[in-house]
Design a protein around this ligand. Structure first.
Ligand code: HEM
Length: 201
């Protein structure tokens, strides 16, 4: 008789890839909500989408100013996009939406593992931006007018993302901290979904 001992499932080596798998469903939910709300059908719909982006980037803006996170992610401060969303609103002669207290408050101590999950979502949203930028162009918006926050990074979206995930993957964490990264990413998508439901619903 042969006994088969199955090997334990291999844990994906890259934290970014693990996060992608863990958040697949919630990401699809957000994608679906944004696209089914016809966010790029006309300016009025797009303005609601811009409010969602403003609220989410407002939630995470403090992370980009955090010195602990800046030490882990070279060039982190320059990755912030809240000012670009604000400029898009100005282009379209809109006021920023009324904000609540952001999830991360400037000057507060952040839990680094949780913050990594949130940053993964904020930075990853650039990947979808390439697609959304094409939709925005169809209603007359561009990298210089109204859709600045969807413009690719000067280095190109893929190298920009790879630089981020390389830094994300190289942070050493124990198991408990690791699970807080995943929880952070799930919470970030849930927050985006809340903004979407409130503004695009
Ligand atoms: C603010 C809302 C959104 C957030 C927070 C978000 C978040 C993310 C994240 C974290 C990733 C990286 C996945 C990875 O690890 O490779 C990603 C990639 C992507 N997203 Fe989204 N996303 C958003 C909206 C959208 C929308 C509306 C679409 C279009 C339907 C979209 C399509 C994509 C695509 C095509 C990719 C690239 C997938 C790949 O290359 O593997 N996203 N997004």
């Amino acid at each position: 008789m042969t006994t088969t001992i199955s090997a334990p499932p291999q844990r994906e080596a890259s934290r970014a890839k693990r996060l992608k798998a863990r958040t697949h469903e919630v990401h699809e939910g957000v994608d679906r909500s944004i696209m089914s709300a016809a966010s790029f059908a006309n300016l009025e719909r797009y303005e609601r989408f811009l409010a969602v982006q403003y609220l989410f980037h407002h939630d995470v803006a403090a992370l980009y100013e955090d010195t602990g996170l800046q030490a882990l992610f070279p060039g982190l401060a320059a990755r912030q996009r809240l000012h670009l969303v604000a400029a898009d609103l100005t282009d379209l002669q809109l006021d920023p939406p009324q904000t609540m207290t952001p999830v991360f408050v400037s000057g507060d101590t952040v839990d680094i593992p949780t913050a990594l999950g949130w940053l993964y979502v904020a930075e990853g949203s650039n990947m979808g931006a390439a697609l959304l930028r094409k939709e925005a162009a169809k209603i007359g918006l561009s990298d210089d007018h109204g859709a600045r926050h969807l413009a690719p990074a000067p280095a190109g979206p893929a190298p920009h993302w790879r630089a981020f995930t390389a830094a994300l993957d190289s942070v050493t964490l124990d198991e408990t901290e690791e699970s807080r990264v995943g929880d952070g990413a799930i919470a970030a998508f849930a927050r985006v979904q809340d903004h979407v439901d409130a503004r695009l619903g």
